[in-house]
Write a protein that binds this ligand. Structure first.
Ligand code: FES
Ligand code: FES
Length: 166
């Protein structure tokens, strides 16, 4: 018996632009972004909704795109890391803060971290350090660079004390 794949037509808004793509019904949003739309900034690692590497925003909320079926994004507003910088290349303040605070090593977790941080700051522009740590709990950095990541988010929130290494 041949394996017949069900193809679905998917329309959604991606980084502010309408997109339309055909994909298999069981494809995840991460796979569609990476393999069909060539946006490889979204990383896939654990594939079981544990590490946060694949985090994108769907209608402003952080989701693990490795387990969200792409068709569940129909009609929604999806933001991937490629949608944060301005068209002229100016980085989003969170991206700039990650650079300024050296908040990445290998960078594999970084797109997901930045999008999770965006969701937090959009909802709560001045989170406490504890609130940042709690909110970012679902994003794992295998290089264990958590201190500069938290500092970068504090910097954007305007709550970073100038003194390094307290
Ligand atoms: S790759 Fe999606 S949560 Fe780890
Ligand atoms: S910078 Fe390497 S996993 Fe976070």
């Amino acid at each position: 018996m041949t394996d017949v794949k069900q193809i679905v037509n998917l329309k959604f808004t991606l980084n502010g632009k309408a997109v339309e793509v055909d994909c298999e019904a069981e494809e995840t949003l991460a796979e569609v972004l990476r393999d069909r739309l060539n946006l490889t900034g979204t990383k896939i690692s654990c594939e079981v909704q544990v590490c946060g590497a694949c985090t994108v925003l769907v209608d402003g909320l952080p989701v693990s795109s490795c387990t969200l079926l792409a068709y569940e994004a129909r009609g929604k507003n999806v933001t991937s890391i490629e949608g944060l910088a301005k068209p002229d290349g100016t980085l989003h303040p969170i991206q700039q803060a990650f650079i300024d605070e050296f908040a990445f090593q290998c960078g594999f977790c970084t797109p997901g971290m930045i999008l999770a941080a965006k969701a937090l700051l959009d909802e709560n522009p001045k989170p406490s350090r504890d609130e940042i740590v709690h909110f970012m709990d679902g994003n794992i950095c295998r290089c264990t660079g958590y201190v500069p990541i938290v500092r970068a988010i504090q910097k954007v929130a305007g709550t970073l004390e100038s003194k390094h290494h307290k």
